[in-house]
Design a protein. Structure first.
Length: 117
């Protein structure tokens, strides 16, 4: 990884979605995966991330809990919600909301680039 490469934490329990987003963002950012809230919290504590891509439905809770923690992080970590359900982007620190299966890949790429530039 280049020291200037931006780091994205992708919090998603579905391996197929992890691989899909990893391939979509390859060469743009460095993606690290967490399959649970517990794993995500550990990674956030131990590493620096420029963006979090968060699913709402996780095996050990809701991604909304993590979003509040990311907003309180010093410095706050911006969030893109990538979930199966339509959600409001009026939450603190949420930059964009994308619904799985109902989005344009280029729009997600552009949002990641915009936040990580």
């Amino acid at each position: 990884m280049n020291v200037n490469t931006k780091r994205v934490l992708h919090v998603e329990d579905a391996k197929s979605q992890q691989l899909y987003i990893g391939a979509l963002l390859a060469g743009i950012v460095d993606v690290t995966w967490a399959s649970t809230l517990k794993e995500a919290r550990s990674l956030i504590r131990d590493s620096k991330f420029d963006l979090a891509l968060v699913d709402f439905t996780l095996p050990d809770g809701s991604g909304s809990d993590l979003i509040n923690e990311l907003a309180a992080h010093d410095p706050p970590i911006p969030v893109i919600v990538f979930s199966a359900h339509e959600l409001s982007n009026n939450m603190v620190n949420v930059m964009n909301v994308f619904v799985k299966g109902h989005f344009r890949e280029q729009d997600l790429i552009d949002a990641v680039r915009s936040i990580c530039s």
